[in-house]
Design a protein around this ligand. Structure first.
Ligand code: NDP
Length: 400
């Protein structure tokens, strides 16, 4: 039925391509393009072996708009799934507009020279996409993505007004390494070393990085120390659900991880500015990425689960109501199916699901959308069929 281009042959790109191949009646022609063509070839060979589906491959520099436009015009896809890095969001959106192609991503734009992310840069494309009759779907991974859809599902079925939202993200897995990040180390370390931020009573409140934490209980996992972070879906959720009085995001970290992170920061290895080394300019965090374990290769020895969900309080028919919706995902099962760990898996499966919603006409509209603006029901149904089932509890104890 439809041609799609996937940009980015990393951990998430691997899962996206596997899942597209499992739905080959909808995604009839698939092209995987990335900076390093050999990485695309390795993924294509694995997919061919598992599903006997051909994946075309190409080299592209996604920082270069004319190069992207040339690729899009040659292949003529209906949709581009961007799972490269957040730095490439705007160039890929610009190229989509020039070539008349729809767009989907999993992370909001971030400039390379400043560790700061917000939706304003991508929301600024609203009129252009509308005028062109094209759709841009933003933040369709797990968080942002499924957490945003979970919130929309709660609003649609379980609340007249939502007041308090806590997004809780637990990785209770063990990869056996002293220190590794679960997705691109550069993007991950930039994200978690920023100031924390949460929404309360109509304004943002900032906190020192990782300075607020509490023990939270995760289903079938138990108690884990969870840290308040700023996460991008909070920005669109408080805008799209204005009855929220407070919205926060929590993520679990082990003490070993935090100790390594502190050392990395203290010795300057998380710096994002250029330094001179042996007559060459290098960016320390990019050098660090080159020596850290590749998140794409953590899967083989990864055991345990992730558990990500939304805990919401509000009112339904005048009565105080609580709602907890979550997914638990096994690292081993993710590796068995796609050769990657659960963090890549829980990002790639929703990206395929969003693409599936769009190409089957269940999500539509010209303009730039965050995923909570679409109907959550068909998405969650397809997500569950695709390896990420959800559970929920109404009026349980939310610990907050
Ligand atoms: P990886 O670093 O594993 O993969 C990124 C891929 O993009 C690599 O193949 C890389 O190429 C390619 N790439 C980078 N720059 C360019 C460029 N200029 N042109 C072409 N290709 C390029 O990252 P992940 O797979 O871990 O993450 C992918 C995305 O998913 C990120 O944006 C991340 O923020 C997002 N994410 C979202 C989550 C969510 O739940 N919403 C959770 C986890 C991740 P090369 O191999 O040559 O370096």
């Amino acid at each position: 039925m439809s041609k799609v281009i996937v940009i980015g042959a990393g951990g998430v790109g691997t899962v996206v391509v596997h899942k597209l191949a499992q739905n080959a009646t909808v995604f009839t022609e698939i092209l995987l393009a990335s900076r390093t063509k050999s990485k695309c070839g390795a993924i294509a060979a694995d997919v061919k072996k598992r599903y006997n589906v051909e994946i075309k491959t190409a080299a592209v520099d996604a920082d270069n708009v004319p190069e992207l436009v040339k690729l899009f015009n040659e292949f003529q896809p209906k949709l581009v799934i961007n799972v490269a890095l957040p730095y490439q969001d705007l160039t890929i959106m610009t190229a989509c507009l020039e070539s008349g192609v729809n767009y989907l991503d999993t992370a909001n734009y971030e400039p390379k020279d400043k560790a700061h992310f917000e939706y304003s840069w991508q929301w600024a494309y609203q009129e252009k996409f509308k005028k062109a009759g094209l759709t841009a779907i933003l933040g369709c991974g797990f968080d942002p993505g499924v957490t945003s859809v979970f919130t929309a599902f709660a609003a649609k079925h379980y609340f007249d007004e939502m007041h308090y939202l806590d997004i809780v993200d637990c990785n209770a897995g063990n990869h056996g390494k002293a220190f590794a990040t679960n997705f691109n180390p550069e993007i991950n370390i930039r994200e978690i070393t920023q100031e924390g931020k949460f929404w309360e009573n109509g304004q943002w409140h900032t906190t020192l990085p990782l300075s607020i934490h509490k023990e939270l209980n995760y289903p079938e996992i138990g108690a884990k120390d969870s840290y308040l972070l700023y996460h991008e879906e909070l920005e669109s959720l408080v805008k799209n659900f204005p009855t929220l009085k407070r919205a926060r995001f929590w993520m679990t970290f082990g003490q070993e991880y935090l100790t390594h992170l502190r050392v990395i920061q203290n010795i300057g290895m998380s710096r994002i500015d250029e330094i001179e080394y042996n007559g060459q300019k290098i960016v320390p965090i990019q050098f660090l990425k080159a020596v850290l374990p590749n998140p794409q290769e953590l899967g083989e020895n990864y055991t345990g689960w992730t558990s990500i969900g939304c805990r919401i309080r509000g009112v339904k028919e005048g009565k105080p109501t609580t709602f907890y919706i979550y997914n638990n995902c096994s690292h081993e099962a993710a590796f068995h199916e796609t050769g990657t760990q659960a963090v890549s898996y829980t990002t790639g499966v929703p990206a395929m699901t969003g693409a599936y919603m769009f190409l089957t006409g269940k999500w539509s509209g010209a303009g730039v959308y965050n995923v909570e603006q679409f109907d959550p029901d068909p998405f969650l149904e397809k997500l569950a069929q695709s390896g990420l089932p959800y559970k929920f509890e109404v009026n349980g104890d939310l610990e907050f």
